[in-house]
Structures are given as C-alpha cells and as structure tokens.
Design a protein around this ligand. Structure first.
Ligand code: SF4
Length: 125
C-alpha cells in the first residue's frame, strides 16, 4: 500500500472475530485480543493501550469484565465496521486478506535444488 493509499482498498478479515484465533495473555498478565498484538509495536499502539488499561487479569473477578468492557466493545466495533483510524497497523498487517502484497519471495537453494521459500509481505506498521 502506498503511503497515502486509502485503507478501504484492504480486504480485512479479523481472525479474532471469526474464531480462527484465541485471546492471549501477555507475560505481565494482561488479556489481549490475540498473540499477534504481543510485541512492542502492537502493545504501544493507542487502540491497544486503551484495551490494556482495563485488561489486567488479576484486577477482575471474571474475564467477561474485560471482554465486555467499553474499550473492548469499541475495539470489536471498530474492527467490524472497518473504522480504519482506530485499527492498529499491526491488525491491518496480520488480518488483511492477501492479494498482491507479496513484495518478494526468497527461494533457498542447496546444491542447485530448492529447499525452502520465504514470502515477504508488505507491512502496514
Ligand atoms: S491482529 Fe488485530 S484484527 Fe487480527 S486477530 Fe489480532 S486483534 Fe484481531
């Protein structure tokens, strides 16, 4: 995606909403929507910070207090309605439906034979 290209051109399918990925817990005890988020760039994005402000597991009686809190409900709505300004780049990166965003493919050869391949995708954060 070019710098000023609109996000409406991304086909987006959040894995946390179709059951293909589960919630996760950080090593500091915070519930997060999925394990992809658990890296600095994800945890420091403003929409995710709003979630972790209410996600400390040791501070609630029931996980549903977190899942049905206002920030988590808003996050779910933002994903569902594709409210792009509120969707972290890390989500756009991991949960877009890939089209032609494969910017290169590395092919590994050993003694003239292909032994592996690594696709490099365009990043959105
Ligand atoms: S990266 Fe974002 S949209 Fe994708 S599963 Fe995780 S929280 Fe949901």
């Amino acid at each position: 995606m070019k710098k000023h290209q609109k996000n409406t051109e991304i086909k987006f399918k959040p894995k946390c909403m179709d059951g293909s990925i589960q919630t996760a817990v950080t090593n500091r005890g915070y519930l997060i929507p999925c394990c992809y988020i658990d890296e600095r760039i994800g945890l420091e994005s403003p929409p995710i910070k709003k979630l972790t402000e209410v996600s400390k597991i040791s501070e609630v009686e029931d996980i549903e207090e977190i899942l049905f809190s206002k920030p988590w409900m808003k996050f779910e709505e933002d994903l569902r309605t594709e409210n792009w300004p509120e969707i972290p780049g890390i989500c756009k990166h991991h949960c877009q439906v890939r089209g032609d965003d494969n910017i290169k493919t590395e092919t590994y050869l050993y003694k003239g034979k292909k032994v592996g391949e690594h696709k490099v995708w365009r990043r959105y954060y």
